[in-house]
Design a protein around this ligand. Sequence first.
Ligand code: UD1
Length: 344
Amino acid sequence: MKTKILVTGGAGYIGSHTTVELQNAGYEVVIVDNLSNSNAEVIDGIERITGIRPVFEKLDCNDMEGMKAMFERNKGIKGIIHFAASKAVGESVQKPLLYYRNNIVSLLNIMDLMPQYGVEALVFSSSCTVYGQPDILPVDENAPIKPALSPYGNTKQINEEIIRDAIYAGAPYKSIVLRYFNPIGAHATAEIGELPIGVPQNLIPFVTQTAIGVREQLSVFGDDYDTPDGSCIRDYISVVDLAKAHVVSLDRMLTGKSKANLETFNVGTGRGLSVLELINAFEKTTGVKLNYKIVGRREGDIEKVWANPDYANNELGWTAKETIEDTLASAWKWQLKLRERGIM
Ligand code: UD1
């Protein structure tokens, strides 16, 4: 019998790619998603790639009664990957209570229900945003947590603390916290990818939408940072590589290989790329010239951050494998597919 995993936010960008990798690895997946920032058609894309349709429950993790009923309908869930959360940094500054409620109550509900339903493992989606601007680069997991720059970032820190405290108090399950760097790209089949609603806030969707003509011009936020070309540096990781890190994390907990009940890993490539380098790589890979201009800095941006992924590489036996060219090509293929389908 296949091991059953609950993926909250499984219709979202990272959740859908992770569902594909879980099914490819032989897990059975139940998706819970309220579709607040995603679309039910994503389930069709997952089925087209894997040949398996995951169970889909349209439900908000904040709805405790609904979640209980979901666990009753789907008996035997062994692990949870908790993606469901609001993630727009700017919006979180405007609507802090919405962010605290969405991102914290949902985790509390899940953690309350886990022991009742015998769930043994929790993977939590955290972010390198917890490091703020690190003093030492590449940044490893022992770097200090810096004060959050937004309510969104604060919810990630608080959620990490909630998990830490519950495990310390003897919660009857294991947890792995994954701190993501910047996930980009799409599945190689272009059946699933990133689908931002409205004007994209993140770099890559803005790049591909500009390249295809949906947006007129990309603004590069600042070229006066203390970096070689003056633009900000990030660690861009393929969403498929990132998805695979979740599968190995679950395997580790469910097969008794964890070294502690709570473990935290950086999930990045170890390679820092500036915004201008990324634009250059995109143009080279796709052959499309990008219309961009340098504008002022974006408030709250970190100057430079990239991962030291050694701990994840050595302990999880996981390494980001895709080249930046392949990842950017997948992002472009996805954008072309959206055009073909008349979506964008
Ligand atoms: C941001 C958040 C991060 C969050 C992630 C999820 C901050 C500091 N970080 O990551 O916590 O997990 O979003 O959505 O807010 N850029 C441009 N032009 C654009 C868009 C972006 O030049 O139109 C630049 C940014 O200045 C940055 C880089 O591209 O240097 C990446 O930006 P983005 O994709 O928004 O990711 P982060 O800001 O790193």
